[in-house]
Design a protein around this ligand. Structure first.
Ligand SMILES: [Zn+2]
Length: 150
């Protein structure tokens, strides 16, 4: 169900502008992660454009960032991430390759700046496993004692 929604939404977008559009949208998986992270007691900033890849959630004092990646655009190793549109497949494969290269480059630049990043995939978020998701987030961010002390 989620797959066909994502695909039809992508198909309606103008090819030349969709890459700018998808980074600025507040997607549902991203909202789930935001709400959960907030509920866990962490405070964060959104879409820091001065950081490589403009991470979705940013924790400045921890120098940590969370990306919420759509499986289709960022080519997750799952069913949705391996789909290629039947129309102009060579166009899409090239575009997907560029997406992956850009993701890898951004991650490297972020790491070189002393940040660590967590990538959460759309399919892991929409699955009813918020306990596992919460554990992943807490494990990545560590204790929030340094935040409550401020
Ligand atoms: Zn996936």
């Amino acid at each position: 169900m989620a797959q066909s929604q994502t695909l039809s939404a992508g198909g309606q977008l103008d090819y030349s502008t969709h890459m700018r559009t998808i980074r600025s949208r507040n997607t549902k998986p991203e909202m789930i992660v935001r709400r959960l992270t907030h509920r866990l007691g962490y405070r964060f900033r959104l879409h820091r454009r001065d950081l490589p890849g403009s991470p979705d959630l940013v924790f400045p004092t921890k120098r940590k960032a969370i990306f919420v990646h759509g499986c289709f655009w960022h080519r997750h190793n799952c069913t949705l991430g391996q789909k290629t549109p039947g129309v102009r497949p060579e166009y899409w494969l090239l575009k997907f390759e560029r997406n992956q290269q850009r993701d890898a480059a951004n991650l490297e630049r972020l790491t070189n700046l002393g940040w660590s990043a967590l990538i959460l995939w759309e399919c892991e978020i929409t699955r009813p496993s918020s306990d596992a998701l919460a554990r992943t987030i807490v494990y990545f961010l560590g204790t929030r004692a340094d935040q409550s002390a401020r």
